[in-house]
Design a protein around this ligand. Structure first.
Ligand SMILES: Cc1cc2nc3c(=O)[nH]c(=O)nc-3n(C[C@H](O)[C@H](O)[C@H](O)COP(=O)(O)O)c2cc1C
Length: 193
């Protein structure tokens, strides 16, 4: 049985700390051999607005299809003015295309959340906003959500996290997504499921 994990997030900045945090948690989630797909800042920046003509032409369908198949999802967003950035929210709006599925939106998926910001207040308010979104989409947020204060030097140039507090949170969120994803995949494989 293969579990499938999809990681979504980042910013338009090259070397985005949000995306680095996402990739660290995703690597932790995939340690046991899960199938992993990452949609980082560059992909999100190329998405049209949800509901636009470009969306109607099929842009964003890879993201929708990946989440459709997923057992676990990781989402990382920066706090912009105290809440989730428009870039990441627009990507999540595409999950509306799963509304008519047998498993709609984020139903039956473990969802790990990562909020980054300069200050504690925005990391927390952004995490809470993300949890509300996941609940609205019928997803199952993991018990641990990561709140990461960002600054120059949090990650080394090769992507290593240099702060124990941040690294431990990200690894734990990844592990919890892997655990939840395995449980959902097993349940789906049961006869009569
Ligand atoms: C438009 C904008 C608004 C922001 N608002 C906040 C904020 O309200 N509180 C805060 O602590 N940081 C704020 N920040 C800092 C971002 O959270 C920070 O740039 C982000 O965590 C780093 O992301 P990146 O390295 O992935 O680009 C803001 C940044 C931008 C660009």
């Amino acid at each position: 049985m293969t579990t499938r994990i999809v990681a979504i997030g980042g910013t338009v900045n090259p070397g985005s700390t949000t995306e680095q945090a996402l990739r660290l948690a995703a690597a932790s989630a995939a340690t046991g051999g899960a199938d992993l797909q990452v949609f980082g800042g560059a992909y999100l920046a190329a998405l049209p607005h949800y509901g636009s003509e470009a969306h109607a032409k099929g842009n964003g369908s890879e993201l929708v299809e990946a989440v459709r198949q997923a057992d676990g999802v990781l989402i990382a967003a920066p706090g912009y003015h105290g809440t989730i950035s428009g870039l990441v929210k627009n990507a999540l709006d595409f999950l509306e295309d799963l509304s008519k599925d047998e498993r709609p939106y984020l139903d039956g998926r473990a969802v790990g959340l990562i909020a980054t910001a300069y200050g504690d207040q925005a990391t927390m308010s952004t995490l809470f906003a993300m949890r509300s979104i996941v609940h609205a989409l019928r997803g199952w947020p993991t018990p641990m959500g990561a709140t990461i204060r960002t600054y120059r030097g949090l990650f080394s140039p090769d992507g290593e996290c240099l702060e124990d507090r941040a690294r431990m949170q990200l690894e734990l969120v990844g592990q919890q997504v892997a655990r939840g994803a395995r449980a959902f995949a097993l349940a789906a494989a049961e006869p009569g499921a």
